[in-house]
Design a protein around this ligand. Structure first.
Ligand code: CP
Ligand code: NVA
Length: 306
């Protein structure tokens, strides 16, 4: 049994095998209706509980369809209508759910709660986004880039905008997959510097910039995300401070010719990205969203591997 809380403790070869499972399952079920299980249904009889303390469209639907396609079923708990919002401890929640279900996916306000849940659970726990990281998303992102023909090892990826949970997760992935990462943020919006140092210590190349044009120079991929993440309180200030970090057509032209554009969605056209970029030919965002399903299946399968 494995937890999928962050990329850090997972060896590169295992992460590679997750990407390979995602791609081979995607190919193997081509043509099947989406609600039909994969032929081998490896998680038949298994139930996934999903806990949401924050909103979600992709994570919720992709995990629900993922467990169904693996032959299992899911149930959803929102924090507000369970005892979590009335103060039941995360450890007791973990112990109780472990008696009913076979795996737990949680989208949490506090990363520490996900770690506590995993420590107390006797079933696999998956991080479906916290304020610190979003490891399920990056697996879909990397699958999408490989399917678009990019070799991750030696590639240059540029992150432009807020140094948020997704930026941190790209930093985690850089040494694991061997791409170099350029991160452009304004002062006050830096990514987690402990993560930057750890990635560098693990031979990852992470270059920090203030100027988005400098960051995207030589980039094969440009990545944006919302300027106001779930839980951020200072929306007006963020939109003002980050306005110069919008990914425009001009900025894409400063990257390598044919550079790909990624965004985990939901997007705000005109804020962090212009419509002609996200809806244009360089954008992979809907393949990226689709691959959440395939990546989630691979992560679930990996969680039950001994
Ligand atoms: N990208 C992503 O996690 O989307 P949701 O918030 O809709 O789950
Ligand atoms: N950074 C965003 C990602 C949403 C999927 C947030 O945390 O809200």
């Amino acid at each position: 049994m494995n937890h999928f809380l962050d990329l850090w403790p997972i060896p590169s070869a295992e992460l590679r095998s997750i990407l390979n499972i995602a791609k081979s399952r995607k190919a193997a079920r081509k043509g099947l209706p989406k609600g039909t299980a994969d032929r081998d249904a490896p998680l038949a009889g298994h139930t996934l509980a999903m806990i949401f303390e924050k909103n979600s469209t992709r994570t919720r639907v992709s995990f629900d369809m993922a467990i169904r396609q693996l032959g299992g079923s899911s149930l959803i708990l929102t924090a507000t209508d369970s005892q979590i919002s009335r103060g039941e401890t995360i450890e007791d929640t973990a112990r109780v759910l472990s008696r009913y279900v076979d795996a737990i996916m949680i989208r949490a306000n506090r990363h520490a709660d996900v770690v506590a849940l995993a420590d107390a659970a006797s079933v696999p726990v998956i991080n479906g986004l916290t304020e610190k990281s979003h490891p399920c998303q990056i697996m879909a992102d990397l699958q999408t880039l490989e399917e678009a023909g990019l070799t991750l090892k030696g590639a240059r990826i540029a992150w432009v905008g807020d140094g948020n949970n997704m930026a941190n997760t790209f930093i985690h992935a850089a040494p694991k997959f061997g791409f170099s990462l350029a991160v452009a943020t304004p002062a006050g919006y830096d990514p987690d510097m402990a993560d930057v140092e750890r990635a560098r210590a693990e031979q990852g190349r992470i270059d920090l910039y203030r100027d988005p044009k400098e960051a995207v120079a030589g980039a094969d991929v440009v990545v944006a995300d919302t300027f106001v993440s779930m839980g951020d309180k200072d929306a007006d200030k963020r939109l003002a401070d980050l306005a110069a970090y919008k990914v425009s057509g001009d900025l894409m032209r400063a990257a390598n010719g044919g550079a790909k554009f990624l965004h985990c969605l939901p997007a705000h056209r005109g804020e962090e990205v212009d419509a002609d970029v996200i809806d244009g030919p360089q954008s992979l965002v809907f393949d990226e969203a689709e691959n959440r399903l395939h990546a989630q299946k691979a992560i679930l399968e990996w969680c039950f591997r001994r």
